[in-house]
Design a protein around this ligand. Structure first.
Ligand SMILES: Nc1nc2c(c(=O)[nH]1)N[C@H]1C(S)=C(S)[C@@H](COP(=O)(O)O)O[C@H]1N2
Ligand SMILES: [Mo]
Length: 231
């Protein structure tokens, strides 16, 4: 009974958040650009499957800061806090008890490879946000990895339904080298916006720059605009 109530509260909050960000989301470049740059068929949000300057790869390269943290599940915690009504610290069990989403999406790395049709399972950021109730003036999130990595995302991008905190890839636990136990994915933005080994998500009332955004990468990271570096 209590679980049903909890789920219903998440569903209601999710619907409210969706309607709050719907219009802004429709105006984001990966949905609204009428001359998106790229090649191939159109994907589900109307953009060419291969963004400009990208090449499809079968392999899955690994990118990190030279250190891959090892987080046993019994010590794993995910903190979601900042400009929210209901900050939480989730254990692995709490995290796995949240609504689970399966999705197939593409992964575009700024170093020009794209990996298509990746099969994921995890918790949508929208559902996590619905759990913590962002304040009305929240505009962005900062994501923190166990390796000290950080990356920032606007809420109209982060709350898109394909932005997930994934723990499963192709039916298997996400490998440590790719950010396991859990990482974020941002299929409509370059992949550096998806923090591996995710540890904390902080809701912000103004934008702040993450690790690469502070080192010359674009703050917005739109693949179909070739938006790789800040000028
Ligand atoms: N915690 C953490 N997350 C990270 C990174 C990192 O160094 N640390 N690198 C980013 C970059 S630049 C990319 S392209 C993707 C790479 O993910 P992959 O190694 O699974 O291909 O993760 C992103 N997330
Ligand atoms: Mo990257």
């Amino acid at each position: 009974m209590e679980d049903t109530d909890k789920l219903n509260r998440i569903i209601e909050a999710r619907m409210k958040l969706k309607s709050r960000f719907e219009e802004k989301m429709k105006l984001t470049p990966s949905v609204s650009d009428d001359a998106p740059k790229g090649s191939g068929e159109l994907n589900r949000h109307g953009m060419p499957v291969i963004p400009i300057g990208q090449t499809a790869t079968v392999k899955w390269p690994v990118l990190d800061l030279g250190y891959q943290p090892d987080i046993p599940l019994d010590r794993w915690r995910l903190t979601v806090n900042g400009a929210v009504e209901n900050p939480v610290v989730l254990t692995w069990k709490d995290f796995m008890a949240l609504p689970q989403t399966k999705d197939t999406s593409d992964f575009h790395c700024v170093t020009t490879w794209s990996k298509l049709n990746m099969h994921w399972k995890g918790v949508s950021l929208l559902d996590l946000a619905a759990l913590v109730h962002p304040h009305e003036d929240a505009t962005h999130i900062m994501c923190y990895g166990y390796d000290t990595y950080t990356t920032n995302i606007s809420l109209e991008e982060a709350l898109k339904p394909d932005v997930l905190l994934v723990h499963t890839f192709d039916g298997q636990p996400l490998a440590k080298e790719h950010g396991g136990p859990a990482r974020m994915i941002t299929p409509q933005l370059y992949a550096w916006k998806g923090a591996k080994w995710i540890k904390r998500i902080e809701f912000l009332t103004e934008d702040k720059l993450g690790f690469w955004e502070d080192r010359g990468y674009s703050n917005t990271a739109y693949p179909w605009r070739n938006d790789r570096y800040s000028d």
